[in-house]
Design a protein around this ligand. Structure first.
Ligand code: TXA
Ligand code: MG
Length: 342
């Protein structure tokens, strides 16, 4: 299959969104930009189309997919009812990088939710994603558009690199402004619970719902047989081909540690301005005190290090405060929780 790439701007947004919407309504799958990462979109109402998404990504069959909507009328059609907590969060954070887990309606097939009684829903803010969903008139199931396990896709080029020849169309809306996936919050339990950290932080959610908590399964490897609220927590994620190791400690210790390495294909992943002091090849992922920029660049840099032929990546440890927690979460998972305290 030939994969068509369309560069989208204000002048052709309407036409490009029409083309994507038509494919989606015909049961095809399409790569498209959202403000977080690129998504691999399919009609959430077509089990066959959603099955294709799992197949194309190589996604485990028990990892459910987020349903994307363009307005609150569509929300009504995909959930059993709208909890008050969801209405309040939606008012403040939608459209935007927040996904809420609620009880699903009959309209959403078991293929989307992997047989779970709940569905994860998000209203993206990206103009291209919004136009495509609105024009298709149907809720759109879309996981990140990377091959399963690989770093997420934050440019159309990343999607092309992973899925060329497997999907008919990629809409190119430029680089994603957030760069890490949405915050996922479950509204099913006693307290609203963050299952995946994102750029919308615990502190921000608490301004609306003060009893919001972080899942106790974040930030660490799972025990064998431990159950999870979100199947995505189980899987190795975001990983480049290279092994990733996080080095915790001062910059001086980092420079010392990496200068004593004997491995030829070792790369350093550092903060801006640190490259000159590091003796092995390095790439930076943003200023040390700017987690939003780190978030925007992280997946691109991990992909670039693979292209450079890195066999192991020694990474500086980002802050795990506020927005930094999303970056820390992705990096520690890319590292398979390998952290060296220097
Ligand atoms: O920013 C995003 O959320 C991007 C863009 C494309 O919107 N999408 C995305 O999808 O990151 P994906 O499939 O890569 O991640 C979805 C996460 C997984 O960890 C999955 O386990 C969880 O959401 N999830 C989906 N449905 C769920 C449910 N019903 N209950 C709990 N977790 C769910
Ligand atoms: Mg993903």
């Amino acid at each position: 299959m030939e994969t068509k790439l369309i560069k989208v701007d204000e002048t052709n947004l309407d036409m490009a969104a029409d083309e994507a919407a038509k494919l989606l309504c015909d049961g095809e799958i399409v790569g498209l930009p959202t403000e977080t990462v690129y998504g691999l979109a399919a009609s959430a109402l077509s089990p066959e189309a959603v099955r294709r998404v799992y197949e194309v990504k190589g996604r485990p069959q028990d990892n459910p997919i987020i349903v994307h909507i363009s307005d609150l009328i569509m929300l009504k059609s995909v959930v059993r009812d709208i909890p008050q907590t969801a209405a309040e969060l939606a008012k403040k954070f939608w459209p935007g990088p927040l996904t809420m887990v609620m009880e699903k309606s009959e309209a959403i097939s078991d293929v989307v939710t992997c047989g779970m009684p709940s569905v994860a829903v998000r209203m993206p803010s990206h103009p291209v994603a919004r136009a495509v969903i609105a024009k298709s008139g149907i809720p759109i199931a879309a996981p990140s558009a990377n091959l399963s396990g690989r770093p997420s896709t934050t440019t159309a080029r990343h999607v092309y690199d992973d899925l060329n020849g497997k999907i008919p169309l990629i809409l190119d809306g430029g680089a994603c402004s957030v760069g890490v996936e949405s915050t996922v919050v479950s509204l099913l339990g006693e307290h609203p619970t963050i299952l995946r950290p994102g750029i919308i932080t615990l502190e921000e959610l608490r301004t609306v719902l003060p009893d919001t908590v972080l899942s106790d399964k974040l930030g660490r490897a799972l025990e064998p047989g431990e159950t999870v609220e979100s199947p995505g927590m189980k899987y190795k994620h975001y990983s480049p081909k290279a092994e990733v190791v996080i080095l915790k400690g001062s910059f001086e210790q980092f420079v010392h540690f990496t200068s004593n390495l004997s491995c030829a294909d070792a790369y350093a992943l550092c903060f801006d301005g640190e490259e000159e002091s590091i003796t092995i090849p390095s790439a930076s992922f943003g200023p040390i005190d700017k987690p939003d920029i780190q978030a925007r660049r992280l997946f691109s840099v991990l992909r670039a290090l693979d292209r450079f032929g890195a066999s192991v990546i020694y990474a500086r440890c980002p802050s795990s405060e506020k927005e930094g927690y999303a970056v820390y979460d992705r990096l520690i998972r890319a590292a398979g929780y390998k952290v060296v305290q220097m």
